[in-house]
Design a protein around this ligand. Structure first.
Ligand SMILES: NC(=O)c1ccc[n+]([C@@H]2O[C@H](COP(=O)([O-])OP(=O)(O)OC[C@H]3O[C@@H](n4cnc5c(N)ncnc54)[C@H](OP(=O)(O)O)[C@@H]3O)[C@@H](O)[C@H]2O)c1
Length: 194
């Protein structure tokens, strides 16, 4: 069985978007810098990380906000965030119509992770946005946290770990890739208490 891992580009002050996210500006004001390593400033090390992510992806899981701001023309076209990789979307109100690659889940994170893992098989379920990773962590369903740490302070926007509360969650750092772009690709394994 594959793993469940969040995969997010994050500023040094913990934001995965800048302020004022909109369909025109899915990563908020100034937030596009978070994804420069995927294109304009990509080095061989960044490209290797990206290739590995693409090859390993068996399913994507995210919240409805991520879906709404990027679905369709001007965003993902007729696919999802990873092309035709199946994508599960947590929502209270599924849309009437959507591209085939999307499945909408209204009965919570446990159900969504279970469905995504069944589809992904030996591959990774990648969690995008901020709410899905935090819910999966709280439910003990997240195996790894992958952070692409971008050397910028955004000063506002959506934080990756704002909603956790509760006690500390221990992590093992399992990989550090220092790319020439300035981005540090970090991997942590979530330590499960016996
Ligand atoms: N930096 C990066 O690498 C990166 C990567 C991907 C995305 N992003 C950005 O992250 C932002 C989105 O993240 P976000 O945390 O703001 O929102 P999100 O997780 O995409 O969506 C939150 C919404 O999902 C639905 N939802 C979440 N959990 C649910 C549950 N258990 N049951 C039912 N519905 C549930 C709710 O919508 P409803 O109640 O309306 O259904 C909720 O308001 C976007 O701006 C996107 O561009 C950044």
């Amino acid at each position: 069985m594959g793993i469940v891992a969040s995969a997010m580009s994050m500023s040094l002050d913990g934001y995965v978007t800048g302020p004022h996210v909109s369909r025109k500006n899915p990563l908020g004001e100034g937030g596009m810098v978070l994804h420069d390593w995927l294109g304009p400033t990509a080095t061989a090390a960044d490209q290797a990380v990206l290739q590995e992510m693409g090859d390993g992806a068996g399913a994507i899981l995210m919240g409805r906000r991520s879906y709404d701001i990027s679905v369709g023309d001007g965003g993902w076209g007729d696919g999802g965030p990873a092309g035709q990789v199946p994508c599960f979307v947590l929502t209270h109100n599924p849309p009437a119509e959507a591209p085939d690659v999307f499945t909408f889940v209204t009965d919570g994170i446990e159900s969504a992770v279970k469905q995504a893992k069944a589809v992904a098989g030996d591959k990774t379920v990648g969690l995008h946005g901020a709410t899905a990773p935090q819910q999966a962590l709280a439910a003990g369903l997240l195996d790894e946290i992958h952070v692409h740490l971008v050397p910028v302070l955004l000063g506002g926007g959506v934080r990756l770990f704002d909603l956790l509360g509760g006690g500390p969650i221990a992590l093992d750092r399992t990989r550090v890739v220092e790319a020439g772009s300035g981005v540090t690709h970090l991997r942590y394994q979530v330590v499960r208490q016996a």
